[in-house]
Design a protein around this ligand. Structure first.
Ligand code: GLV
Ligand code: MG
Length: 307
């Protein structure tokens, strides 16, 4: 399956500097993981973390998960070395690079060209490694359409903590409504903007982390919002969050069954009419080409989740 279509319901953040957490991550039921070289790793630990990340990818044991590494942002002195060392050392065992704080499509283009050179130099398949830009500031959001359409992009990721800081939002709790804002959801515009850009470019849209690890209800409510809008998945920071997030981003069983019924009924009616009929009935429900498309979305998510 093309990497950009693989299931990314849950994406586990794993500090690249922690052998213990890397080992633990292998056994967790997540669709994707990323070994972090950015915010989870202290400046003095970056060199050692790169070696550890290369070894962890090459040692394997990741069991069909999408394998990603988050490199440092383009305004640091670490990015090029992260990319060269990780891709030269473990490019054959890497599906995508997460690029944080992308504020212009130029950041993605730089990474695309650098990956192309490393692939040529090392004999890796051209274009095999995808890019997942994080949208984490106002500049990135303003340019999100061009970022989504840049080369190799497989998914856009919302980085809520950095984003809230970048716009001076008056809240310290990621995903919670800022006190004083009582006229709706303060995150709706940002989420919808990212989702629309992702869909227009045909890539996935992933929601970022929820930091209150012990608050499963909060996770359910914050994650439930992006899941309901149509996001494909969400980051998880701790094993305790995995089950909730996998459930939130899988269709409910009854919706999945209903979607498959719509597809079956629509196919049956249209083929019985020799392709001449555009609408059909399923019980009391009228189904047409648009309902078929909606059903395909739910059925596709369910099939990818193994339902
Ligand atoms: C993630 O990187 C975030 O800033 O929320
Ligand atoms: Mg961030």
């Amino acid at each position: 399956m093309v990497d950009g279509q693989r299931s990314r319901r849950s994406c586990l953040a794993v500090p690249g500097s922690s052998e213990k957490m890397i080992d633990k991550a292998r056994g967790l039921d997540v669709d994707q993981f990323f070994l972090d070289l950015e915010d989870a790793v202290a400046p003095l630990a970056k060199d050692e973390a790169r070696d550890r990340v290369v070894a962890a990818l090459n040692d394997g044991g990741w069991d069909g998960k999408v394998r990603s590494v988050r490199v440092n942002a383009m305004d640091t002195e670490w990015t090029y070395r992260d990319v060269v060392q990780v891709v030269e050392g473990a490019g054959a065992n890497l599906d995508s690079i997460i690029l944080p704080k992308v504020s212009t499509p130029e950041h993605v283009r730089w990474l695309d060209l650098t990956l192309t050179q490393i692939e040529r130099a090392t004999g890796l398949p051209q274009g095999g490694i995808g890019i997942e830009p994080q949208i984490e500031d106002a500049a990135g959001l303003v340019q999100v359409d061009a970022i989504a359409a840049a080369p190799r992009v497989r998914a856009l990721i919302y980085g809520p903590a950095d984003f809230m800081a970048s716009i001076n939002m008056r809240s310290l709790v990621v995903g919670h409504q800022p006190p004083g804002y009582d006229v709706g959801d303060a995150y709706h515009y940002t989420l919808m903007r990212i989702l629309t850009a992702a869909r227009a470019a045909g890539v996935q849209a992933i929601d970022g982390p929820y930091l209150q690890i012990k608050d499963a209800d909060g996770l359910r409510s914050v994650g439930g919002r992006s899941a309901a809008l149509g996001f494909d998945g969400k980051w998880v920071l701790h094993p305790a969050q995995v089950e909730v997030v996998n459930e939130l981003f899988s269709p409910r069983q009854e919706d999945y069954d209903h979607a498959e019924n719509i597809l079956d009924a629509y196919d049956w009616h249209t083929s019985a009419a020799g392709g001449a009929r555009g609408a059909a009935m399923l019980g009391d429900e009228m189904i047409d080409e648009a309902s078929r498309k909606m059903a395909l979305v739910i059925a596709g998510k369910g099939r990818a989740a193994g339902m």
